[in-house]
Each structure stands twice: as C-alpha cells, then as structure tokens.
Design a protein. Structure first.
Lengths: 325, 520, 330
C-alpha cells in the first residue's frame, strides 16, 4: 500500500480541504481563539471515540457509553460531595472503574450469549441511565456545589493568551490527557498481543479462537476499556463545564459513532486506527462548530451531522466494495 | 525380526511414563461423542503414526469434522481416551493440543484477511510464547523463516484477503509448520484448488512428511487419497468401517466402505437422433467480458450435457455468471433457442429458461433455516401469485411433486433445509429450477461436498432430465471423472477462452488431467 | 428419530408464542396482585388501548426492517417528521375559526402528506441501503439525524400545537366503543401479517433475510424487495406519527425518543431474529401487550418513568439470556 492510499492520509486531505473552505468563508476560523476552542471541543468526544473505536475494530458497536459516562460522572461527583473529598486522581480512578464495571456487563452479554452488540448495548445503556435518573436522582449539581479540585483541574491551560480587549483565552491542558490516552491506546492496539487480538477478533472471530486467542479475555478487555474511557470522559466533562447534569450526553452516541466511521473504521470490524479516529473526531467537531462561523442557522446542525454520516458511510461502503472487487 | 514385531505389537504396553518412545503420535481409543442425544462418534479408534500421511475418508456428515475437533481439543469426548506419544492425555484443550504439536488447517484456513501475511504467520508463535508485547521486527523474521521453510514466495506485507485461495492455503500451511507441528490435519485441502495447485500441494505435503511430521488428510476424493497417503481410515455414521495401508485399497473399495453400496457408472450418450435437429438451446457468439471471457463460442443443444473444466480463474465461473445474467455489460451475443436475447439480470436469464446451481451450495444456494418448501418455491413465487396472494394449494402441490420426483428424503416439506444431508440439499436446489421449466441448466460444481452415494444419484437425475426432457446442461467441474462420465462433450477453458473441445467418448480421464496440468 | 426431531423443532417454534403468552399472563397476575383496585379498572385498560398502538406499530415497523437483517433507527424521526409536516400544513390552511375545524378534505390531505413523508423517508433509507450499500445501522442512524434535524428546522424547536378535530379523532376517538388507535392497530397488524405470510413480497423478505446471496442466485429481486420493505417500515412509522400527534394534539422533533429502544426490544422479545429471516406480527403484538401491561402497572405503582426505562433495559437483557439458553439446549 502506498502512502496516499492510506485512509488516514485521505481523511487528513479532506480535513485540510474543509478547513481551507471554512477559512475562506470566514477567516475568523483561523484565529487562535477559535482553534483553541475547537481543540477543547475535541477532548470529550475524542476520548469516548477511542472506546467506540476499540469496540468497532472488534466488529461490534456500542451505544451504551453515553449512559455509562453520565452515570460514572454523576455518581463520582455525588460521592465526592458526600465524602467532602477534594482530590482529583482518586475520583478519576473511581469514574473509570465504574465505567469499566458497566462495560463488563456489555462484555458478559456479548460474550456469553453471542448477542448482537447493538442490541446488548441498547439494553445496558437504557438500564444504566434509567437507574441513574430513576434511583439516584435527576437534579443537576452546579458550580456552587461542584468539588473545587475538579473545577481547578478542568480549568488548567497549557498556554494563556490575552486578547486585545483584555480578556484571556487559553488552550486547555485536557487536550494533553486526550492525546495521552490516544497514544496509549495506539500502543496497545499496535504493539501488544491483546491489541492484535482485537483486530483478529474483528477479522474473523472463529479463526481468532482457533489460533488460540482468549476470546473471553479480549471481549472483556474491549468493553471494559471502552466503559472506562467513557467513565473517565464523563467526569472530565463535568470538570470542564463545571456542572454535573445526569441528563447529559443524550444522543451523543450518534456523533461519536459518526466520528469513528469518518475516521475510517469499518463497522464490520477488523479495520480502524487511532490516528484516523482522531482525525474523524476533529472533522466532525470542526464542521459542527463552524456552522455558526459560516453563518448557518444552528437548527440545521443535526441535519448537517446526518448528511455527514450518510456521505462518510457511503464513501466507506464504496471503498470497501472497490477493494473487494 | 520377530522381536521387532513383538515390540510393535506390545508397543502400547511399554508407555510407562513415556520412557519408551512410542512410534505412534496420537492414538484415539474407543472415542465417543454425542450431541443432544445424537451420536456423532461411536466407539471410534484411530492411530496416526509419526511421519505418516494418513487419509481419513468419509461422506459428509460421517463424523469427520467431529473427529478433527476432538483431536484439536475443541470438543471433549464423552467416552474413550486419547494418547499422545504414548501418554494418556486427560483433558485435551485447544491450547494443549497445539502444544502437543497438533495443527489443523481448516477449509476456510482460519486466516485473518485484515492482517498482513507476516502477522498471520507469526501470530501463533507469539501466542504460544505467551508474549504480551509484540515485536514487529521479530515477527517479520519469524514470517520470513516460515516462508523459506516452505520454499515458496509470498509477499509478507500484503493483506491476506488479497491473496488467491492457493496463496491463502500456503500461508495456512506455513503457519502450521511454524508452530513446530508434529501432526498437521488438513480438512478437504484440495476442494478449492486446481489440478496444478493440487500437485504443488502434494509436493509440499511430501516434503513436510520427510521431516517426520504426520499428516492427516481429510478428504472424500478417492483418487487423491490413493495418490498421497500411506494409510487409509474410512468412517461411516461415526464408526470406523475400514482401516489399513493404502495399497490394500482401490477406488471401488473405498466407495463401498464410505457408502455401504456399490456404484457403477456408465458414460452418457447424447440422443442425437431425437434432439439433433432442434436449434441450440444456448448459443453464444464471441461472448467477451474484460479479461475474464475471451470470445467464447458455445453451443448447447437439447439433451446435451456439456462439461467445462479449467483452472480456477480460467473464466469458467464467469461464463456461468454471464449466462445467468449476472455480468451485464458483456460483449458478443447470446441466442436462446435461436433467438438473440439480452441477459442483463438474473431475472432475464430465468425468463429465458436458464437456471443456475451455484458453486457453494451452503452460502449461495440454500436458505438453511427455512423449510424445504420455501427453498423449492423460491424461484416460483411470482408464478404462484398472479394476483396479490400466493395460491397455497398450488404451492403445496408443487412442493409435493418435487419432493417425490427428486426423491428428497423427508417426511414433510416443512422440514428445515439445514437438517438435510448434502445430497438432499443439492436436490432441493435443482428442484427449484425444474419448477421454472428451465430449458438450460448450469451446474457449477454440482457435487462438491456431496457424498459418493448422493453424487451418483444426482448424476442419474441430471442425465435422466437431459435424456428424457431434453434439458440442456452445462456442467462446470474440477472433478474430471465426473465430467467424463456424465457429459457427451467437454471443453477446456483457459484465461477466459475455450482452448480445446473433445467428445467424452474419444477421451479419457487421464488425457484430460494431463491437458489440465499442462495449461500454463 | 428424524420425525421426532422435526416435531421438536415445530414445538420449539410455537414455543416462542406460548412463552410470550405465559409471560403476559404472569405480568397480568403480578400486577393485579400488587394493586388490584387500580390495575383491574376498565379505565386502565382503555387507556392502554390508546397508548400502545403507537409503540406497537413502531415495533412492527422495526420487525419488518429486521426481517432482511437490517434495522431502522430512523423510525422515530420519520414518525415525528410526518406529524410535523401535517401540522405545518394545517397551520397554513387554517381558517379564521382556527385549526380545530379544518375541513375533512384538508385532513385527508394532511394524512396523505404524513404517509407520503413516511414513504419518501423509507425510500431514502432503502436507496441508501440497496444502491449505496450502506449498512442499515449507519444509514438509518444518519437519516434519523436528518429527519429529526428537519423536524427541528420546520418547527424551530418548540412543538406544533393544535391539530384538526378530525385528526385528533385518529388518536383519541372511538369506533364501535373501541379506541380508534386500537382498531387501527388491529387492522394494520392483520394486514402486515397477511402480507408477510401470503404474498411474494413477504416470503421474499424472509428468504432474503435468511441468505441474501442465495436470494440473488435464486433470481429474487433483492434490491427492490429490500427497498420496498424500508418503504413499508417508513409508512408504518408515519402512521404511528399520525396517531401520536392526534393523541397529544401536538408534534415535536423529540417526541417518543424512548420508543426507539422499546421498539427494538419488543421486536426482539417478540421472536424476531435481528440477523434476519424470522419474525411474526403475532409475536411482536403479544410482546407489546406484555410490556404495556408491565409499564402501566408500574405507573399505577407510582414508579418513575426513568425506572421504567431501567426495567425495559433489564427485560431486554433477560430476553437475550433466555433466548440464548433456549437455543443452547436445542
């Protein structure tokens, strides 16, 4: 495969093209301020997309992660308030662990009962969200009650700039967290046996078990890591917006799946990369955020996302068909 | 000498703590396996010696695959015992089986199409070493070594899904050898290969044997078994029915053991007097399609059975697809009973009285989880529902007629097709086309994966249809004897073109096999 | 022995229905025991007959998409968009007397527009799936966004309130003492059941779902049939949308979003194979009845709506487990 046939390169090319066009419509797009806020918007969706990527490479699909994310976030924040705990590390570990436990539930049903992941995750997602809202509560935790440490953490910037009018803006340090997680996942997928096992499972589950991969272990790994990433992202989100809303993330699964598909992952499994997914996430976030810059009414946002999904999947389908021909 | 024989006979008695090296690699004694009360293996014993090529013969459904799975640790037997190197193995897990050196090459090869050749080759080794971190450089070295051991050339960086069938098989074999295999089980390895490829495979198999590795060759092609193996075991209905050195067997004997019947075949003769004056059912003129079909001029008259053979990728399947309307955009012309007809969709072809029985019955021919009735009627629903509703009465009549005419062994048309044997399944596929009043039947590998008994029966049915009903048949097959015995004419295809045509009466199996081998 | 196996598989197929009926009775008994005075009231059952047809029709729509191994995640979007298009049209034609008294002819036109929306939306799904070969999950995920997005664009966000009286009759009225939606559901369910069992189209869907490749080689018009199945799904969804907007006298882009999961759940619970080739209207109808009884029982017991979501999720997982267990013994 030559370099220009790699899907990452194609996606990057389209991305650059889109950026040029948006920049032409409104040069404000290229302002540092806008760039920083774009990158900031990548963080949460990006981390969740990493989890969905993992599931998709294995040939599954996950629509439960928004529910897991919101449950882990809300329960952790509630716990922090209850215990009056003001640290950062432990809560994130707790949120990720909670997500991982929810993920185990997915893995259990997918592995044990060989059920289509879409159906399983629809069920677990509804269950977890229903439990959260029905039992734990529906009230928001706003900035007054939010643990300070979490807010402080969410506020940290890498660089700070001062605008002409005196207001400041910066690039959130959370982007480092995102990139760190992405690199970690890349290394796992590329350089560990379990990572290759995920690809093998997505390529041919029967063959994967025949050559001696431990399918159960891999399945649990996939869904637990995806859950953990969702839980982690959930808590990070509340730290970044200074709010813990148990009704958050509704419908986010569509955006994230769209981003992963945009990034070149195959819904049939076996194909997908971290870099591609990051590019896909950037593309989706950029288009959504740039509607305002391009002076398009925000009510059109969902239509645009829908059209992007359809076009991206149509191109992917066309590419796959050509590859098979 | 006498002492030696005694040693051989007493061999098993000496395997105390593995002190004495057994000359048997694996021994299955009185193995039994049931599935939900259905006996799949009954009291079956099998011994494979080190470095021998052993053939396991049996019809489809005779228990061959269950036996393979017992040896590879996928299934745990319900009774009996397994010894490897003379030591009894208590619980043979898939991993344990691999550790003992048992490698299975399944029909689908169990490769990962989305990964490169190198990774496919190195995966087992890395898994066995229980590595957690992957070393890509070492992986390439492993892969290179694997390929060089086999003495073939393979591009290590290609994705496996881009390889040909034979290429994939080479990867699978190379991979098996990498795992320090001591027994390689090959499940129907020649099914998808052409004559020349089979020869290459046999050369490799003998080469492997010369390194002291045993091979279990699972097959139902007699000629191949006799050519390659040292020892043959025949099973039927989960029981061993014959077992001995290959020199004690011939084709007829194996057939008799596999089926429990004697089968005699007589060549097919076209009734020229009756059908000679009628126009050709199908006649193509300069039929071409890209590089797949090159100026094909084919003519099949009523009552004729024309055989087509050629290597895989010679264009024989494409010819069938073009005639079935699945390659729109062909150039040249196709005439049906003297009338030029454009075949742009399968519906056009069916309308013109053309029927196609595809190569892979299970994935292309049947609706496995549906009843026999729906499978048979699948081509006829539009005829059954001239208005909006399906005529239930007529539908039932048609199904009953077909079950009777085709002698499909079933108490009712509601029975699910997946519960039928391979031979009965193929009859279902053929039956569906008889209902459309097909005048031209294309059979692509009509008896692939069909046991010997049913095979003869299917041949009889096809010949009868041709002889009595004047059905024109195009039979595409790798199985040269099948063509010689059932066709009145045979054409050889190569690189999309007809290269030779001969009358079956004036040729022999060996002649055709030789010609096929010499095609390059 | 073969005969016996045959008998067993036959029993197994009907078992599914028997099992569903048993489950329904069980739910009924438990709910009656927990709250006999409230659950057993006529009013309770009457209100169920008003509410469940929407969900029932959406579930049948979902089942139709699943028959060919697909899924339609855009049904809610189609339902809402249909209601909204009709509502917008009524507002345009409203006389001085207000929307409520809109003439019968206009209402009929509204119904045609709503059904047409479903047909076109379904055709779009079908074309994306058959022509552009997009996987049904992704195609309908995308179009679902588009339909919901268009609904937002049409309404600007808030609900369209106020539908003609004749329209409201579809959602609230009575025919021969029975709820109109219920009558509509029964008629449509019978019609779909009939189509699936007795027409070429219906049986072709089963065959295509069982093995698409074999369908191609048997000369079935695969693309046309799949396209038609999504169009039928779209129309069913739009009828659900008509009933929903008629019952609530309003249409909004995010009504009934929880129905999506429920429709999938009911289809699977009702014995539909999500991989294609198997599914009956009867099974889906019993499943929707069972879950409606459950849901209404919980409402009487004053469970929060969210908790009902929780229980639906648990139910779906339980069904998966039970089905897996059943298949294993076979």
């Amino acid at each position: 495969m030559t370099w220009f046939q790699k899907s990452e390169v194609v996606i990057a090319g389209i991305l650059v093209l889109a950026m040029v066009i948006i920049g032409l419509v409104n040069p404000a797009f290229w302002s540092l301020d806008n760039m920083f806020s774009l990158l900031r918007s990548n963080v949460i969706i990006g981390i969740m997309a990493l989890g969905v990527l993992l599931v998709m490479i294995s040939g599954g699909i996950d629509v439960s992660f928004p529910a897991f994310a919101v449950a882990a976030m809300y329960l952790t924040v509630k716990g922090m308030i209850y215990f009056n705990y003001d640290g950062v590390l432990l809560p994130f570990v707790a949120a990720a662990t909670m997500g991982a436990l929810f993920g185990c539930l997915n893995a259990f049903f997918v592995y044990k009962f060989r059920m289509i992941p879409l159906i399983v995750t629809l069920g677990t997602g509804s269950m977890v969200r229903g439990f959260l809202l029905g039992v734990v509560g529906t009230s928001m935790i706003n900035i007054n009650k939010m643990p300070d440490a979490l807010i402080e953490f969410g506020k940290s910037d890498i660089v700070n700039m001062v605008k002409a009018d005196g207001s400041t803006y910066g690039l959130t340090a959370m982007i480092l967290v995102y990139v760190g997680l992405a690199i970690a996942l890349h290394l796992v997928l590329r350089h560990t046996m379990i990572g290759r096992g995920v690809y093998a499972l997505g390529g041919d589950p029967e063959a994967a078990s025949r050559v001696g991969f431990n399918i159960r272990k891999i399945t649990f790994f996939i869904y637990c890591v995806a859950g953990a990433l969702a839980g982690f992202a959930g808590l990070l989100h509340s730290g970044m917006i200074w709010l813990a809303n148990p009704r958050d993330f509704v419908g986010l699964e569509l955006d994230v799946i769209a981003a992963v598909v945009l990034g070149g992952a195959s819904i049939f499994g076996g194909r997908g990369s971290v870099l591609g997914t990051m590019l896909g996430v950037f593309m989706l976030v950029m288009v959504k955020n740039s509607l305002i810059i391009m002076k398009i009414d925000t009510t059109w946002q969902r239509v645009v996302v829908g059209v992007i999904i359809v076009i991206a999947t149509a191109i992917t389908a066309w590419r796959d068909r050509r590859a098979n021909a | 000498m006498g002492a030696f024989i005694l040693f051989l006979k007493l061999g098993p008695l000496f395997h105390v703590d593995g002190l004495v090296m057994s000359e048997n690699f694996i021994e299955l004694r009185n193995v039994r396996k049931e599935f939900a009360g259905v006996v799949a293996l009954n009291d079956l014993s099998l011994t494979i010696r080190k470095g021998e090529i052993h053939c396991l013969a049996g019809e489809n459904g005779s228990g061959k695959s269950t036996l393979i799975k017992v040896m590879s640790g996928v299934y745990q037997p319900d009774g009996g015992e397994i010894s490897i190197d003379g030591n009894k193995v208590e619980h043979l897990s898939p991993m344990a089986s691999i550790e003992h050196g048992v490698q299975v090459i399944y029909q689908d090869f169990s490769l990962f199409g989305n990964l490169t050749v190198a990774e496919n080759l190195a995966m087992n080794v890395q898994l066995r070493e229980q590595r957690h971190i992957l070393n890509w450089r070492r992986m390439r070295e492993i892969a290179k070594e694997a390929v060089s051991r086999l003495g073939v050339e393979l591009d290590l960086d290609t994705d496996v899904e881009k390889l040909s069938t034979a290429g994939k098989q080479l990867v699978a074999i190379a991979r098996a050898l990498m795992s320090d295999a001591r027994l390689i089980i090959m499940d129907e390895p020649t099914t998808a290969l052409t004559g020349k490829e089979i020869e290459t495979l046999f050369r490799i198999v003998r080469d492997i044997q010369s390194r002291g590795i045993a091979i279990l060759f699972v097959s139902h092609k007699m000629r191949e078994m006799l050519e390659i193996s040292d020892h043959i075991t025949v099973i039927r209905n989960g029981e061993k029915v014959a077992d001995g050195p290959t020199r004690d067997f011939d084709e007829a004997l194996i057939t008799r053991h596999m089926t429990g019947l004697d089968i005699i075949s007589e060549p097919y003769v076209w009734d020229q007097a009756q059908y000679g004056s009628q126009p050709a059912r199908v006649e193509t003129q300069n039929l071409s399609f890209g590089s797949d079909l090159d100026n094909i001029n084919l003519s099949v008259r009523p009552g004729e059975i024309v055989g087509v053979s050629g290597l895989l990728g010679s264009g024989r399947t494409e010819l069938a697809l073009a005639l079935f309307g699945m390659m729109p955009g062909y150039s040249g012309s196709i005439a049906i009973s003297g009338q030029e007809t454009k075949l742009a969709t399968p519906q056009d072809a069916i309308h013109a009285g053309i029927a196609y029985v595809p190569e892979d019955r299970l994935s292309e021919g049947l609706f496995l989880t549906q009843g026999i009735d729906r499978n048979i009627l699948s081509t006829s629903y539009e005829k059954l529902a001239p208005g909006l509703l399906i005529d239930q009465k007529k539908a039932e009549d048609w199904v009953d007629t077909m079950i009777r005419d085709m002698q499909i062994a079933t108490p009712t048309g509601k029975k699910l097709v997946k519960e039928l044997s391979g031979g009965n399944q193929q009859r279902v596929v053929i039956a569906r086309w008889l209902l459309t009043n097909a005048k031209f039947l294309i059979l692509n590998g009509p008896t692939v994966g069909v046991d010997v008994g049913s095979k003869a029966e299917i041949h009889r049915i096809i010949r009868e249809l041709a002889q009595k009903e004047g059905l024109a048949v195009l039979m595409i097959s790798d199985d040269v004897p099948e063509l010689v015995h059932n066709c009145n004419r045979i054409v050889l295809m190569h690189r999309g073109a007809f290269v030779e045509e001969m009358a079956s009466a004036e040729t022999s199996e060996d002649q055709i096999s030789d010609k096929l081998k010499n095609l390059t | 022995m073969k005969r016996q196996m045959d008998f067993r598989s036959l029993l197994n197929r009907d078992n599914n229905i028997v099992q569903l009926i048993a489950m329904t009775i069980l739910i009924f008994v438990v709910m009656t025991a927990l709250s006999p005075d409230k659950f057993l009231r006529y009013y309770n059952f009457e209100s169920i007959t008003y509410i469940f047809p929407e969900l029932g029709l959406l579930s049948i729509a979902m089942m139709i998409a699943m028959l060919t191994g697909g899924i339609d995640l855009s049904v809610i979007g189609i339902a809402n968009l249909s209601g909204i298009f009709a509502g917008v049209m009524f507002k345009k034609f409203a006389t001085d007397a207000g929307v409520a008294d809109t003439g019968f002819g206009i209402v009929l036109l509204g119904a045609v527009i709503a059904l047409g929306t479903g047909l076109v939306a379904g055709a779009l799904n079908g074309l994306l799936i058959t022509r552009l070969k997009i996987t049904p999950i992704l195609a309908t995920l995308g179009t679902g966004q588009i339909f919901t997005g268009l609904a937002i664009v049409m309404t600007g966000g808030p609900a369209i309130v106020g539908f003609p009286n004749a329209w409201a009759f579809i959602g609230n009225g009575k025919i021969l003492g029975l709820a109109t939606p219920f009558v509509l559901f029964i008629v449509l369910a019978c019609l779909i059941a009939f189509i699936l069992r007795r027409t070429t189209f219906g049986i072709n869907l089963m065959l295509i779902g069982t093995n698409p490749k074999a369908a191609l080689f048997a000369g079935l018009k695969r693309e046309k049939m799949v396209l038609m199945s999504y169009m039928l799904t779209g129309v069913m969804a739009s009828i659900a949308g008509i009933i929903l907007s008629g019952r609530t006298n309003a249409a909004k882009s995010d009504y009934g979003t929880s129905y999506l999961l429920q429709a999938v759940l009911i289809a699977v619970l009702g014995g539909t194979n999500p991989a294609g080739g198997r599914g009956t209207v009867l099974g889906v109808s019993i499943a929707v009845t069972a879950l409606m009884l459950l849901s209404s029982g919980f409402q009487i017991l004053r469970f929060s709506n969210h908790l009902i979501d929780f229980i639906w999720g648990v139910f779906l997982l339980l069904v998966i487990a039970i089905n897996a267990y059943k298949n294993r013994t076979r």
